[in-house]
Ligand binder design. Structure first.
Ligand code: NAP
Length: 681
């Protein structure tokens, strides 16, 4: 698995590896020597897309969200079990050990995170019911609800060069969970590392065949073969995003297109974060980290350092001192803080961007000692710190020098800082450093519309923040405007991007039959007490109508004494009557719930193992002494916990009084044993 031996970067299409000779030559970032060539010549792109739809799609369609989540977890563990070859090859991209950690282990971590999201936030089913049904008729006989279902298409992922592993895995995770097969096209410059990881994934046999294909090199005419059920997710420059987004086939078929493009992310130092404060020091450390991690080749890196005008000198001095301690050199050396850019071409591109910025900014730092390398051979560049001579000069808000480069920009007031951040025309992330709550709120809310993520740092979270530059799988990664307008990550939101949301209208019975979730107004089945049924035997719609219970003043007083809840509405007739809500003493809402449980539970040991919570609880009508309560409890939704010996059952609980009015309504959440409890089912 050594880069020097690997001359041809192959593609994996149609279930086999494809090698093309005479490709583009790829060079080692540190030594400049040729290490590989890449080309997609000879690939039948239409057949590749069709293979995904015909082979990968159906295989994924056999699986539930929980099945797919388990596969993602297995894949993450598998990749983490043996990372040595990835690390070794990653050095050729100029990455230090810690840069590679983010790419390799961070990427596997995204798989694990999405596995958890799939298991916790999605049902063990093939569709998601999105929200509660809405009644569309007076008598409740016609309803509407939403489902999210799989799309019988293929997702094409076009990735940037800077994170050859993470960039692939962070798109793979939500796409796979959604059940869509994918074709991954890494940036050519670092395709050899993506190829190594895909080879490992394919060899593992963990993913269903056809769910993942790899195109190394150009996408050829692939986009021409896409149709309305397909999707494209792009990461890279704003220029390429524009080119792909306006591709005639993408426009003609309204193909879902998600873009994560470049952006000029800001870090704002609050006026209250004066020198000597913890926030000032955290700010300086974060700016230096963002300049040097991955040699600044991160879409989230801080490009604009927005600081109060009267603190520019302090900030400049602290950054100069900090940068002097950064060791730049061979990324393979564990002592090295910052390695090389990905290629000489990339270094030259960054130099050109810095030259353009020089017209509107003064250079503060642009040199360093290069340790243990001949910097003329490799793609080395000194960390470069600039100071804008005019805070509003458009170049400092529009030119992205995709390397270890940042510009200090001064502001006069919080409103000014917000305006300056907005001049980036939409960014992935901005950080705000301040100890002051009001300042934090003013800045964060002021800039929120212009950013996908706002990272607010004070002393309390200074030691625990995941960092300005780290997209988190659970949170939105994407940004408006120049940042591409997409949401590549964001927990379950990004899974839904690869699914179709459809409104379903019909009678309650039909909505129940289609969604698999019992809908109010549809048939209830009497199969005996449903708490006596094991998970497999229990059907959605199985229900019990309980006996009734009369609530008394003694009940209310006993409950008050037991719990210590002597709120006047339960204890003081006069005060309760005087309230605008009650006509006299009322039962505690929690007593109503407890009494309801007393009515519906099946007391002896049985399949119901535990109750683990309630959702959507509402007390709709007060319960007065003398009221008779009855419960309708109906199995609403089932989700098997594979291998756990039980499943989760959501029950619709409606507590009604003698007049048929709803006293309480909620979803009761229980764990129900499978037959032969403890066995995998
Ligand atoms: P790029 O030149 O735009 O390339 C990105 C990807 O698009 C590569 O895979 C490239 O393939 C492909 N591509 C280029 N032209 C294409 C075409 N006509 N048809 C189909 N595919 C095409 O960007 P890059 O230089 O790799 O990455 C650096 C940029 O990406 C920076 O601006 C950075 O800010 C941005 N970025 C953004 C994010 C984010 O999450 N927002 C993350 C990382 C990077 P080839 O390599 O084969 O040309």
């Amino acid at each position: 698995m050594n880069a020097v031996k690997r001359h041809v970067v192959e593609s994996y299409v149609g279930g086999r590896w494809h090698a093309a000779s005479d490709g583009v030559t790829l060079k080692h970032a540190v030594t400049g020597s040729a290490i590989a060539s890449v080309s997609s010549d000879g690939i039948d792109f239409g057949a590749t897309a069709e293979y995904a739809r015909a082979v990968g799609g159906p295989a994924l369609g056999e699986l539930t969200f929980h099945d797919r989540a388990a596969i993602l977890r297995a894949l993450g563990k598998y990749l983490l079990a043996d990372t040595a070859a990835f690390y070794e090859l990653s050095t050729a991209t100029g990455a230090t050990r810690s840069d590679s950690w983010v790419d390799i282990e961070g990427g596997a971590g995204v798989l694990m995170a999405y596995s958890g999201i799939g298991r916790r936030e999605m049902p063990n089913a093939k569709i998601v019911v999105d929200g509660e049904p809405v009644s569309l008729s007076r008598d409740g006989s016609f309803l509407g609800t939403h489902i999210l279902g799989p799309r019988p298409g293929v997702a094409v992922h076009v990735n940037a060069f800077n994170f050859p592993c993470w960039g692939m895995l962070e798109k793979l995770a939500p796409t796979f969970l959604a059940g869509m097969p994918m074709i991954v096209k890494p940036a050519s410059q670092t395709a050899y590392l993506t190829e190594l990881m895909v080879r490992s994934i394919i060899d593992s046999g963990i993913l269903p065949e056809g769910s993942l294909q790899l195109i190394s090199g150009s996408t050829g005419d692939l986009l021409d073969h896409l149709g309305p059920q397909d999707a494209v997710a792009f990461t890279g420059s704003a220029d390429t995003a524009r080119l792909l987004r306006t591709h005639p086939t993408i426009i003609a078929n309204s193909i879902r297109f998600n873009a994560e493009a470049d952006s000029l992310n800001a870090a704002i130092l609050g006026q209250s974060a004066t020198q000597g404060s913890a926030e000032f020091d955290l700010f300086i450390a974060e700016v230096i980290r963002e300049m040097t991690v991955k040699a600044g080749q991160k879409c989230t890196a801080i490009r604009r350092v927005i600081v109060p005008a009267n603190m520019v000198g302090d900030v400049e001095q602290a950054l100069v001192a900090g940068l002097a301690g950064v060791r730049v050199g061979d990324p393979a050396n564990p002592e090295t803080d910052m390695g090389a850019l990905v290629s000489l071409d990339q270094r030259d591109e960054v130099r050109r961007s810095v030259d353009s910025l020089r017209g509107v900014a003064d250079v503060v730092v642009d040199s360093c000692d290069f340790h243990d390398v001949d910097e003329r051979l490799g793609a080395f560049l000194a960390p470069t710190l600039l100071r804008a001579s005019d805070s509003r000069a458009s170049a400092v808000h529009s030119i992205e020098a995709f390397g270890p480069v940042t510009t200090i920009i001064s502001y006069d007031s919080a409103a000014d800082a917000v305006d300056l951040a907005a001049l980036g025309k939409g960014s992935l992330v901005a950080s705000v450093f301040t100890p002051d709550d009001r300042e934090a709120a003013e800045l964060a809310l002021g800039i929120a519309a212009h950013h996908g993520r706002v990272h607010v740092v004070d002393e309390a979270c200074g030691g625990t923040t995941t960092g300005h530059g780290s997209p988190m799988p659970q949170l939105v990664h994407g940004g408006p405007g120049r940042a591409g307008g997409g949401e590549e990550l964001g927990g379950v939101r990004s899974v839904y991007h690869y699914m179709q949301r459809t409104a379903i209208q019909g009678s309650p019975d039909k909505i129940t039959a289609i969604t698999g979730t019992w809908t109010n107004g549809s048939r209830r089945n009497d199969n005996g007490h449903p708490f006596t049924l094991h998970f497999e035997d229990l059907q959605v719609g199985d229900a019990i109508k309980t006996d009734s219970r009369t609530v008394t003043i003694d009940d209310i007083e006993a409950f008050a004494d037991l719990t210590g809840d002597h709120f006047y509405a339960h204890m003081d007739e006069e005060a309760a009557k005087a309230s605008p809500i009650f006509n006299g003493r009322v039962a505690h809402g929690y007593f109503v719930l407890s009494a309801a449980a007393g009515l519906f539970v099946w007391a002896p040991p049985g399949p119901v193992l535990a109750n683990y919570g309630l959702d959507n609880l509402r007390f709709a009508t007060p319960t007065y002494p003398g009221d008779d309560l009855t419960v309708h409890l109906t199995a609403k939704e089932k989700s098997l916990r594979a291998g756990a010996g039980y499943g989760e059952v959501r029950w619709d609980a409606q507590v009604v009084n003698q007049n048929g009015e709803t006293a309480a309504t909620y979803d009761l959440l229980t764990m129900v044993a499978c037959r032969g409890e403890g066995e995998s089912s």
